[in-house]
Ligand binder design. Structure first.
Ligand SMILES: Cc1cc2nc3c(=O)[nH]c(=O)nc-3n(C[C@H](O)[C@H](O)[C@H](O)COP(=O)(O)OP(=O)(O)OC[C@H]3O[C@@H](n4cnc5c(N)ncnc54)[C@H](O)[C@@H]3O)c2cc1C
Length: 667
C-alpha cells in the first residue's frame, strides 16, 4: 500500500474535559478511563496479557514483543516498562511497538504521566520524535527497552510492519468514536503479526471488536471490567489455519552463540559491528587493509543528510530514518567526531532546480528536518569524521578488529561459516557472517560459489576525489557557517578529523598548526579512467562557483591534501542490506522462482550483506546496521517492509530471474 505523500501528521488536539481528564476534541473521547489511566493500564492491559502473573509471560525470555494500537499519552507503555523493570524475572529485552495517527507532544507525556511513572515519562520525552509519518525507534533503559512508534494510519502501517507480537494491546478511542481503529481489516493485519498463543487485551467488548477479533483467529474470554465497565476483553490468538504467506520473524536460536564475523571495516562494517555489539553479540571484524576505514570510507569527513522530495519518496524516507539511526548510534559524547547542524542544499543543475521548485509547495516536514531558505533548502545533516567514527564504533570490548586479513572465500562447515584466505587457511569462523566489503562483495560471493557470477549481485564503481584545505587559505569560505551542497560540496571538518590532518608524514610545516580545515568535494569518475589530482581539484573548485567566485590564496597548493576512494552502487542505487538469497533452488526452477515474492525466496543461513552504500554511506550505515541486526534477532524491523524490500539483496536476482538478460547483455 502506498503511504500518503505528506509526511507531516496532525498532532493530537489534547484538551481537558469538564472533569479535568485529558481528552481529544477531534474524537470527542477521553484518553483513558476516568477511573485512572494507570489502573486501567494495569488491570486491563498488563493483567489481560498475563504480565502481572507470577511468573509473567515474559519471564526468562531473551525478548518479548508487545504491539499496541493507539499510543495516546503512553501510559500503557510507561506502566509496562515500569512493571518490566520491577520484575526480577523479566525478559532481557522488551520491544514495544505502538501505532498512532495523532502523536501527542513531548511535554504532554510528562504533564499527564501518573506521579510514579514520571521518571519513565521524562526519559521518553527527552527522545520524543517529531510528528512525522513512519517508524521512529527509541532506545530506553540503557538499550534494553526498544519503543517503536509507528506514526500514521494504522490500517496503512500495520501491513508494513515486520515483527512477531507476544502480546497485543488494543487501545485507542472507542469504536463508536473512532471506528477506523477497530475494523476487521486491521484485526487481520494485526493477527498476521501475532504469535500463536499470544494474549490480547482491550477495555472494550463492543460487538464489532468481538466479531473482528474472533474472525481474525482469537479465542475470546470476557472478564469482569475495570473502572465502572462491566466487562473487558481478554483473548488468545489461536488461528485455525496454517500460516503460509506471512511467516513470522524467528528469534536467533537460543543454542547458537551470538557471534559474528564482519568482513570489511569501513563505515558499513563498523556500523554493523557496533549494532551487533549493542545487542549482546561478540564480533570479529576482518579487513584486508592495514587499518579500519581504508576503502571508500577513508575520507577525513563526509556529510550525512536528509534528502527531501516532492512526493516523500523512498530515498527521503530512508535518509530521514538514516539520520535518526545515526543519532542513536553515535556515542553521547560524539561532538568532536560528528557535528549535527542544518546544511544548505542547492540545485546541482537545471533539472534539479526545476525539481526543487516543486518542493516549496510539496515538502511538508518540520523545519528542523527541512525548510526552504533564500538560497536553496536547509536540511537536517551531520558532518562526520569518518575514520574517527569507524574507530569509535569498533572500540568495544566485544569487538575484535583484525587488519591485513583478506577473505578469499567463504565456506559453510556444519552450522558455521569459515572465512578462508587465499592460501585456504581459516581466518575466522562464526555462525553469522556479515559482508561489508563494498565493491569487492560480488567477487567474494562468486569465488565462494554462493552466486553463479558477480552479475547476480552487481556493484558498479565510481571513483571519487576530495580535497582538504586549511580554511585560512580560502578567505571567502573561511567563515562558512554550515555545510553547503550543490554541484559540489564544502564543509568544515569536525575537530577529530582536523586533528588527524595536522599530523602528516612527512610533517608539512605549512599546515602543522592548522586546526580549521575545509573539505571540498567530490568528483565522480569511472574507476578505469581516473582524473589526476590536479584535474580533480579543478573540478571540485568549479563545483563551488555558485557559492563563491573568489579563488583560494595563490599559495594554497602546498597546503592541499588529496583523498580518493571508490564508491559502490547497485544498479538501482540502493544498498544491499539483508540475508543473502539461496540461488541454487531458484536457478533449478527459474520460471517458478520468477513468480515468487521477495519474502518467499529461500535464504542462505547465517550470511547477510551490508554493501553498495554508494554516495550515502554516512547517512545510511547506522540504519542499515540496525535493520540487519533486527532481521537476525527477529525483533521488530525499524523500517517499513516496503523500505526493507527496496534494500533486500534478493531484489536484483529476482529481477534477473523475471527478466533474463538477452544473450550478450550483462545485466
Ligand atoms: C570522495 C568521496 C566522497 C564521499 N563523500 C561522502 C559524503 O559526503 N557522504 C556520504 O554519505 N558518503 C560519501 N562518500 C561515500 C562513502 O564514503 C561510502 O558510501 C562509504 O565509505 C562506503 O562504506 P563501506 O564500508 O561500504 O565501504 P568501504 O569504506 O570501501 O569499506 C569496505 C572495506 O572492506 C574491505 N574489504 C573488501 N574486500 C575485502 C576482503 N575480501 N577481505 C577483507 N576485507 C575486505 C576493504 O578493505 C574496505 O576497508 C564519499 C565517497 C568518496 C569516494
Amino acid at each position: 500500500m502506498k503511504p500518503s505523500s505528506s509526511p507531516l501528521l496532525e498532532p493530537a488536539d489534547l484538551a481537558l474535559d469538564a472533569s479535568g481528564q485529558p481528552a481529544s476534541p477531534r474524537y470527542g473521547d477521553v484518553y483513558a478511563s476516568r477511573a485512572g489511566a494507570l489502573g486501567q493500564a494495569r488491570a486491563v492491559y498488563l493483567g489481560g496479557c498475563g504480565l502481572l502473573d507470577t511468573p509473567a509471560r515474559w519471564a526468562g525470555r531473551q525478548q518479548f514483543t508487545l504491539l499496541e494500537t493507539g499510543f495516546g499519552l503512553g501510559v500503557n507503555f510507561l506502566a509496562t516498562w515500569a512493571a518490566w523493570r520491577a520484575d526480577p524475572q523479566r525478559c532481557e529485552r522488551l520491544h514495544y511497538v505502538s501505532l498512532e495517527l495523532h502523536p501527542v507532544r513531548a511535554a504532554d507525556l510528562t504533564a499527564h504521566a501518573p506521579a510514579e511513572l514520571q521518571p519513565f515519562a521524562a526519559e521518553l520525552a527527552a527522545q520524543w520524535p517529531p510528528a512525522v509519518r513512519g517508524l521512529h525507534r527509541i532506545e530506553l533503559d540503557a538499550g534494553r527497552v526498544h519503543l517503536l512508534l509507528a506514526f500514521g494510519d494504522a490500517t496503512d502501517l500495520a501491513p508494513r510492519l515486520r515483527l512477531a507480537a507476544d502480546a497485543l494491546y488494543l487501545d485507542g478511542f472507542s469504536p463508536a468514536r473512532n471506528p477506523e481503529m477497530w475494523t476487521p481489516e486491521l484485526f487481520r493485519a494485526l493477527a498476521r503479526l501475532t504469535r500463536p498463543g499470544a494474549r490480547a487485551a482491550s477495555y472494550t467488548v463492543a460487538h464489532a471488536v468481538q466479531k473482528g477479533m474472533s474472525q481474525a483467529g482469537f479465542d475470546l474470554d470476557l472478564q469482569p471490567g475495570w473502572g465502572g465497565k462491566r466487562q473487558r476483553l481478554q483473548a488468545t490468538f489461536n488461528p485455525r489455519w496454517k500460516r503460509t504467506r506471512h511467516t513470522l520473524p524467528e528469534p536467533w536460536p537460543a543454542a547458537t552463540p551470538r557471534h559474528a564475523v564482519v568482513i570489511g571495516a569501513g563505515i558499513a562494517g563498523a556500523a554493523c559491528a557496533q549494532a551487533l555489539a549493542r545487542n549482546g553479540w561478540t564480533v570479529e571484524v576482518l579487513d584486508a587493509a592495514a587499518q579500519a576505514a581504508s576503502g571508500g570510507s577513508a575520507m577525513p569527513a563526509g556529510l550525512a543528510h536528509l534528502q527531501p522530495s516532492a512526493d516523500d519518496n523512498l530515498l527521503s524516507r530512508l535518509t530521514r530514518a538514516g539520520m535518526a539511526a545515526l543519532r542513536r548510534a553515535l556515542p553521547p559524547d560524539a561532538a568532536s567526531l560528528a557535528r549535527f547542524q542544518p546544511a544548505t542544499l542547492t540545485a546541482a543543475n537545471a533539472a534539479e532546480a526545476r525539481r526543487m521548485q516543486h518542493w516549496q509547495h510539496k515538502v511538508n516536514l518540520p523545519p528542523e528536518l527541512a525548510q526552504g531558505a533564500e538560497h536553496g533548502w536547509q536540511v537536517d545533516s551531520a558532518v562526520l569524521a569518518n575514520q574517527t567514527v569507524c574507530a569509535a564504533w569498533l572500540d568495544a570490548p566485544c569487538i575484535t578488529l583484525r587488519c591485513n586479513a583478506t577473505a578469499a572465500r567463504l565456506q559453510r562447515d556444519g552450522s558455521a561459516w569459515s572465512v578462508l584466505d587465499a592460501a585456504g587457511q581459516t581466518l575466522a569462523r562464526a555462525p553469522q557472517i556479515v559482508l561489508a566489503t563494498a565493491h569487492q562483495t560480488p567477487e567474494l560471493l562468486a569465488a565462494s560459489g554462493l552466486i553463479p557470477g558477480p552479475e547476480w549481485l552487481p556493484l558498479q564503481t565510481l571513483r571519487g576525489q576530495a580535497q582538504a584545505l586549511p580554511a585560512r587559505f580560502w578567505p571567502a569560505l573561511q567563515h562558512l557557517r554550515q555545510p553547503w551542497m550543490g554541484s559540489g560540496y564544502v564543509l568544515r571538518l569536525p575537530e577529530a578529523a582536523a586533528g588527524r590532518l595536522q599530523q602528516t608524514d612527512p610533517p608539512n610545516p605549512q599546515t602543522a598548526r592548522d586546526n580549521d580545515w575545509l573539505l571540498i568535494g567530490a568528483t565522480f569518475e569511472p574507476a578505469e579512467q581516473p582524473l589526476t589530482s590536479e584535474q580533480a581539484w579543478a573540478h571540485n573548485r568549479a563545483g563551488l562557483q555558485a557559492l563563491t567566485t573568489t579563488a583560494p590564496l595563490p599559495d594554497h597548493a602546498g597546503a592541499l591534501r588529496h583523498f580518493a576512494g571508490i564508491r559502490a552502487y547497485a544498479p538501482d542505487r540502493l544498498p544491499y542490506c539483508g540475508p543473502l538469497p539461496d540461488l541454487r533452488p531458484l536457478l533449478a526452477a527459474p520460471q517458478r522462482a520468477a513468480g515468487k515474492q521477495l519474502h518467499e525466496l529461500p535464504r542462505l543461513p547465517g550470511i547477510a550483506l551490508c554493501a553498495g552504500l554508494g554516495s550515502r554511506g554516512l547517512t545510511l550505515a547506522a540504519l542499515l546496521a540496525e535493520t540487519l541486526v533486527a532481521g537476525l534477532e527477529g525483533t521488530p524491523l525499524p523500517i517499513e517492509t516496503d523500505l526493507a524490500d527496496a534494500l533486500d539483496p534478493a531484489r536484483i536476482p529476482l529481477k534477473r530471474l523475471r527478466h533474463p538478460p538477452l544473450p550478450g547483455h550483462a545485466v
